[in-house]
Design a protein around this ligand. Sequence first.
Ligand code: SF4
Length: 57
Amino acid sequence: MAHVISDECIVCGACLPECPVEAITEGEEKYVIDADLCTDCGACAEVCPVGAIEAEE
Ligand code: SF4
């Protein structure tokens, strides 16, 4: 399980410094979460202004 960033991402960068395991990187059109690093803590989802980050089902 990991959190994922949807196409709603506006590349604002708010989530980047929030991740305690540095699983988030800037992709070409949106930020991306490395599923192998993500611990599902949810810190990034709380700061996303457009609600683009959710726990993967
Ligand atoms: Fe990082 Fe936590 Fe977001 Fe996973 S859920 S990408 S560990 S801040």
